[in-house]
Ligand binder design. Structure first.
Ligand SMILES: Cc1cc2nc3c(=O)[nH]c(=O)nc-3n(C[C@H](O)[C@H](O)[C@H](O)COP(=O)(O)O)c2cc1C
Length: 362
C-alpha cells in the first residue's frame, strides 16, 4: 500500500490556558454527603464529547439524585434543528456519570426521559446502594480522562477484529448498533457522502454561521472547539471563524475530509432503531461506551457529522444501517500520536443544588 499523506500535526503538548480540572480518584469524598459525591462524579460526566464542544447539559442535584437537562440555549439551529446531536452529547455525559458512579462502588438507578411533557428533562439518576463495579465498567471508567477527539493523522494500521467486535457489543448494550464499512464499495460510499454533506452544508449561510460560532479562536474560552484542536495556528485560528462564516469553502473542506476519510483504517456508522429523543440519548450512551473501549486499546476516534446533518446523504447512509435502523453518527477509528484535552465549563457552572425538601424547578 502506498505511503499516506501526512495531515497537519496537532500541537500535542501545548497546554490550554483554561486547563481541564481533571478529577483524580483519590479525591473522591468517600465519607461525604451524596450531594458532595455527586458533585465530584459530575467532573467525569462533563469530560464527555459534545457536538462542537457545546457542552449542552445542565445538572441539578437534590440529595442522592441528579437530574440531567438539555440546555437548548446551546443548540445549533441550522446544523441540528431537531437536537439529535445535542441529545446525543447529553447521552454521552450520562454514560460517563453512570460509569463513574459504578466505578466508585455504587449502583446508578437511571430513569431516562421521565416526563415527556418536559422535553429538556433527559434523565434522573439516583446514587444507590453500594455494589461492586464490573470489570468492564472499571475498564471504561479508567479511560474517561484519556479520551479526546483526534482530528489528525492516523497510522496505516488495521484494528484487531476482537476490538471491533467488542465495540459492537458496547453499542448493543445500549440498544444501538455499530456498522463497519467492510467493502471498498461501502468505504467509497461513506467517503462520497461525507464529501456531499460538506458541499451542501457549506452552501448554507446558516450552517456556516453555526460552525463558526463554535470555533474558539483563542484558547481562553471554556467551550467551543479550540483552533489548535483543529490543527490551526494562532493566525489561522482567528481567520478560520471569519472565513467559515462568510465564504463557501465547501470544495476545500470536502477535499480535506475526503482525504481524511479515505485514509481511515476504520470507518463506522452508529445507528439506533428509533429516531427519537430516546434513540438519540441511547446513541450518545453507546458512543460514550465505544469511545472509551477504543481508548482502552490505544485507539482514537474523530467524527463526520455532515452526512447526518444533511438530509440527502443521511437517507443514503441507510443502505448500510438497513431501513429499520437510523444513522446517528459517522466516525473513523485508528492509532495515532496523543492529542491534548479541550477545555470544559466547570461543574459549578453547569450545576445547581436544590436543598433537600425544596421542589425541583421545572
Ligand atoms: C454527536 C457528536 C457529533 C460530533 N461531530 C463532530 C464532527 O462532525 N467533527 C468533529 O471534528 N468533531 C465532532 N465531534 C467531536 C466534538 O467536537 C468534541 O467532542 C468536542 O470538541 C470536545 O472535544 P473532546 O472530544 O476532545 O473532548 C462530535 C461530537 C459529538 C458528541
Amino acid at each position: 500500500m502506498g505511503k499516506r499523506a501526512r495531515l497537519p500535526t496537532l500541537m500535542e503538548s501545548r497546554p490550554f490556558p483554561i486547563m481541564l480540572n481533571t478529577p483524580h480518584i483519590t479525591d473522591f469524598p468517600r465519607t461525604g454527603s451524596p450531594e458532595e459525591q455527586l458533585r465530584f462524579l459530575l467532573r467525569y460526566a462533563i469530560l464527555a464529547p459534545s457536538s462542537h464542544n457545546s457542552q449542552p447539559w445542565l445538572w441539578q442535584i437534590e440529595g442522592d439524585e441528579v437530574t440531567l437537562r438539555a440546555d437548548f440555549k446551546r443548540a445549533m439551529p441550522n446544523l441540528d434543528p431537531n437536537h439529535r446531536e445535542l441529545i446525543m452529547s447529553c447521552g454521552a455525559a450520562l454514560q460517563h456519570l453512570c460509569l463513574a458512579i459504578r466505578a466508585f462502588g455504587y449502583a446508578a438507578l437511571v430513569h431516562t426521559l421521565p416526563d415527556r411533557s418536559q422535553p429538556d428533562l433527559l434523565a434522573r439518576v439516583r446514587l444507590s446502594a453500594p455494589r461492586p463495579a464490573t470489570a468492564n465498567d472499571e475498564l471504561l471508567f479508567r479511560f474517561i480522562t484519556k479520551r479526546h477527539t483526534h482530528r489528525g493523522h492516523f497510522e496505516d494500521k488495521p484494528l484487531p477484529c476482537e476490538l471491533l467486535n467488542a465495540l459492537q457489543q458496547q453499542c448493543e448494550f445500549e440498544g444501538a448498533a455499530l456498522h463497519f464499512a467492510q467493502t471498498s464499495e461501502d468505504r467509497d460510499s461513506i467517503v462520497g457522502l461525507v464529501e456531499r454533506g460538506d458541499l451542501i452544508q457549506n452552501r448554507d449561510p446558516g450552517s456556516r454561521r453555526d460552525i463558526a460560532d463554535w470555533i474558539a479562536p483563542t484558547e481562553n474560552r471554556p467551550d467551543g472547539i479550540p483552533a489548535s484542536a483543529l490543527g490551526l495556528g494562532d493566525l489561522m485560528g482567528h481567520i478560520a471563524p471569519l472565513a467559515q462564516r462568510y465564504l463557501d469553502r465547501g470544495e476545500v473542506i470536502a477535499a480535506r475530509d475526503k482525504k481524511i476519510a479515505s485514509n481511515a483504517p476504520v470507518l463506522a456508522v452508529l445507528s439506533t432503531s428509533e429516531d427519537t429523543p430516546q434513540g438519540w440519548l441511547a446513541a450518545g450512551q453507546a458512543l460514550g461506551r465505544l469511545l472509551l473501549r477504543a481508548r482502552a486499546e490505544g485507539v482514537w476516534a474523530s467524527f463526520f457529522s455532515q452526512p447526518i446533518q444533511v438530509n440527502e446523504p443521511w437517507f443514503q447512509l441507510r443502505h448500510m444501517t438497513g431501513v429499520h435502523h437510523f444513522p446517528q453518527l459517522v466516525f473513523r477509528l485508528g492509532y495515532a500520536d496523543p492529542v491534548a484535552a479541550t477545555p470544559r465549563r466547570s461543574v459549578d457552572e453547569v450545576t445547581t443544588v436544590v436543598p433537600i425538601g425544596e421542589p425541583i424547578e421545572a
